[in-house]
Design a protein around this ligand. Sequence first.
Ligand SMILES: Nc1nc2c(ncn2[C@@H]2O[C@H](COP(=O)(O)OP(=O)(O)OP(=O)(O)O)[C@@H](O)[C@H]2O)c(=O)[nH]1
Ligand SMILES: [Mg+2]
Length: 264
Amino acid sequence: MMNLPGEKHLLLRHHDHSHGHGHGHGHDHGREDVFETTAGGGRRIKVVRRVLDANDVTAARNRELFAAGNVFVLNMMSSPGSGKTTTLQKTLARLMPDVRAAVIVGDICTTNDADRLAASGAPVVQINTDQFGGDCHLAAHVIEKALDGIDLEAIDLLIVENIGNLVCPAEFDIGEDKRVVVLSVTEGEDKPAKYPLMFRVCDATLLNKTDLLPYLDYDLAEVEKTIAGIKPGMPVFKISAKTEDGFDAWIDWLRDQVRDKVGK
Ligand SMILES: Nc1nc2c(ncn2[C@@H]2O[C@H](COP(=O)(O)OP(=O)(O)OP(=O)(O)O)[C@@H](O)[C@H]2O)c(=O)[nH]1
Ligand SMILES: [Mg+2]
């Protein structure tokens, strides 16, 4: 499906409650405790990995669609405010129109990020999760629905800006090819050590807001050592999305990933 001329973005509000979970209601993505009464009256507890299994099935379906459309898909994750949207704005400006890109952006509320990203000229689909409890991550079935608004044949690169959260998005495969985490220097050196799963599942780290380093007591060597301990060999690109310092290496890496899959 092509975007209509002049259409800036498509707002997808998500109503499906089946995969949602509210905070304070036993926040558990992957396991559902099933209590069964046995013939003898005893109670047996089965742990069923229902939600994550269902997610994996949908993610595999998404992956097939991306392969058929010859589209490279990047899942970009971070804490709120680390600079995902700003990095994307600058990244799209460098890649387009040579690389034909589209964006799916997830937020609990507002279309702020879609409005910012639409200025790039890329088709943008905003997902708001507020209507079903404010899910803190994008699940594969949400991406599947958002794909209704994107013509995969017309793009080479799909970037998913996940919901700002350093924990939950790391648990959900959405069918992407690669994952990157944006970590800003204002968050503190200890964040990779405190939230290791995110760094373990990612293929590159963008260490952002380096323009602020002169004003901080930030130990770059320590954070790089911690990340290397969690995911040996993972590239860590030191960037400033504000000044675009360090962007060349990041853009080269991303272009290589796209080229490896889609051949351009
Ligand atoms: N100084 C400085 N500020 C930055 C940089 N990158 C982003 N910011 C600022 O940080 C704030 C948050 O940036 P966003 O790009 O909105 O962050 P985000 O990760 O998309 O935020 P959410 O989508 O809400 O999770 C904004 O005020 C940006 O202008 C940077 O490299 N340097
Ligand atoms: Mg954002």
